[in-house]
Design a protein around this ligand. Structure first.
Ligand code: NI
Length: 199
């Protein structure tokens, strides 16, 4: 093959890879890819009924009227979850009194260990407005499906286990509609300024 053909093939395969990636993203965002143009954000989120860290029932309806952040994780997580929760706490601290006009949910994907009491104890280290929520396996599977969250129990050698999980922070608006993934890879002031736009 002459060098020009090789280069052409490289460009073409890069283009095709890009196309496949775009398509995959569209499928991911829209769920099944049915009518992606009609309402691309409708498929993320949806109704749920879970239990908060005080043992009270909490549903999507309780959150109406305020934008909210949602993050899925577990309290035994060594790094990703505590880092994300610390970052979210910082952003909420920057909002000051405005933090009361929004909510932030930490949904445990490990309800076996993360009982309401464990969640409450764990969240004591973070911004007090963070709500820890959990539920039985069925309720959890339903909310994870709604948010397109993947989670899986992974056994460790010592008989213990850890959880693999999607680590996206979701920004939802006052109506509970998905806005976008919420980036924590910026100064907390900037992240807080973005949140203010949805209050
Ligand atoms: Ni984690």
């Amino acid at each position: 093959m002459n060098p020009r053909t090789t280069r052409l093939l490289l460009v073409l395969s890069a283009f095709l890879a890009g196309l496949v990636l775009c398509f995959a993203v569209v499928l991911l965002v829209t769920g099944r890819g049915a009518s992606p143009l009609a309402n691309p954000t409708a498929a993320i989120g949806g109704p749920f009924r879970l239990t908060d860290q005080n043992g009270n029932s909490i549903s999507d309806r309780d959150l109406r009227g305020r934008p909210f952040l949602v993050f899925f994780g577990f309290t035994h997580c060594p790094e990703v979850c505590p880092t994300a929760l610390a970052d979210i706490s910082q952003v909420m601290d920057k909002l000051g009194p405005d933090a009361e006009k929004m909510n932030a949910l930490f949904v445990t994907v490990d309800p076996e260990r993360d009982t309401p009491a464990v969640l409450k104890d764990y969240l004591a280290s973070f911004n007090p407005r963070l709500i820890g929520v959990g539920g039985d396996a069925e309720a959890l599977a339903a909310v994870a499906r709604g948010y397109r969250v993947y989670y899986k129990k992974v056994p460790l050698k010592d008989g213990d286990y850890t959880m693999d999980h999607t680590a996206i922070v979701y920004l939802m608006d006052k109506k509970g509609q998905f806005v976008s993934p919420f980036s924590l890879r910026r100064r907390p002031e900037e992240a807080a300024a973005e949140l203010r736009r949805y209050l």
